[in-house]
Design a protein around this ligand. Structure first.
Ligand SMILES: O=C(O)CCC(=O)C(=O)O
Ligand SMILES: [Fe+2]
Length: 299
């Protein structure tokens, strides 16, 4: 039965966690949802940015099918292969194999077109711990002072996946990564994105930098870059910008990767935790119209 705070929202029953951030979606089976329900979920994803579904029990085929109904799926990851040949879209985060944890990040921002969103399923959970938190990057932008917003609007950031995935590409894949959006990844090269991203569907602005992959601010000194990133990272991870999820068997989470960052706690000792993720194809981040925007020179 739904809790008292659950409200009907079109074909969905939502239990909203923040005014415009985070909601549980009750009484919906993602494997058998009809088209009207799937498009309502897609709309809720943009509005609430992170959605949680309990008691789903999706299998890998059903997770891929759901992803294909929500958008276009990418390969599992630019450098990490899928769980098997039949499921090349599924990226496993396995604590027994160095699964990505303990880092605030937005998925795969080190490519030109980072994923639009991700759909994550709990496969094996530890007895305690292993929560995941999400940060609302729109709220983080909105809660900056206007003068700092204006500064951020003009900045461009460099994103680089080589610290976290360079070794994997070189050593575990001998330099040949996945076919990701028509490109075979043989090296991880820096890309640049605007620090303030304008959401392509809502026009809302978000503070689109993350500690996992944003390495510097382009066109400013090293010291300025360091201090600006320290400021932005501390700001976006303030508790009032976050929701935290305690996983249970059967849970699925979905997030809008254009306006959020997230962090998986690795706080469960030697217990095993396995999650399966698919990602939806996204577009190149677009910034605020800023005539004085700084970009790094080539090289
Ligand atoms: O393990 C988790 O809870 C989240 C891991 C993660 O960063 C992801 O799925 O993109
Ligand atoms: Fe992630």
């Amino acid at each position: 039965m739904s809790p008292l705070s659950a409200v009907p929202a079109g074909p969905l029953t939502l239990e909203v966690l923040g005014p415009r951030f985070g909601t549980l979606v009750h009484d919906l089976d993602l494997a058998t949802a009809d088209d009207v329900q799937v498009s309502a979920v897609r709309a809720a994803l943009t509005e609430y940015k992170v959605l949680f579904f309990r008691n789903q029990g999706l299998n890998p085929d059903q997770q891929i099918r759901l992803g294909n109904r929500m958008g276009d799926l990418t390969a599992s990851h630019p450098v990490v292969p899928g769980i098997d040949e039949a499921h090349s879209e599924i990226y496993a985060l396995d604590s027994a194999d160095d699964g990505y944890a303990d880092v605030w990040h937005t998925d795969v921002t080190f490519v030109k077109r980072p994923p639009l969103g991700s759909i994550l399923r709990a496969v094996i959970l530890p007895p305690t711990g292993g929560d995941t938190s999400w940060a609302d990057l729109e709220l983080a932008y909105a809660s900056l002072s206007p003068a700092v917003q204006r500064l951020a609007d003009e900045l461009t950031a460099v994103h680089d996946g080589s610290k976290d995935f360079g070794y994997y590409l070189a050593q575990r894949r001998q330099g040949r990564g996945s076919d990701w959006e028509g490109e075979t990844f043989t090296a991880l090269e820096e890309v640049q994105h605007p620090v303030v991203r304008v959401h392509p569907e809502t026009g809302r602005r978000s503070l689109f930098v993350n500690p996992g992959f944003t390495t510097r601010i382009a066109g400013v000194s090293d010291a300025e870059s360091r201090h600006l990133l320290d400021l932005f990272f501390a700001h976006l991870t303030k508790p009032e910008h976050l929701v935290r999820h305690r996983w249970a068997e059967g849970d699925v989470a979905m997030w809008d990767n254009r306006a959020t960052a997230h962090y998986a706690n690795r706080d469960y000792g030697d217990a095993r935790r396995v999650m399966h993720r698919v990602t939806l194809r996204g577009d190149a981040p677009v910034g605020v119209e800023a005539p004085d925007r700084q970009v790094a020179s080539a090289g």
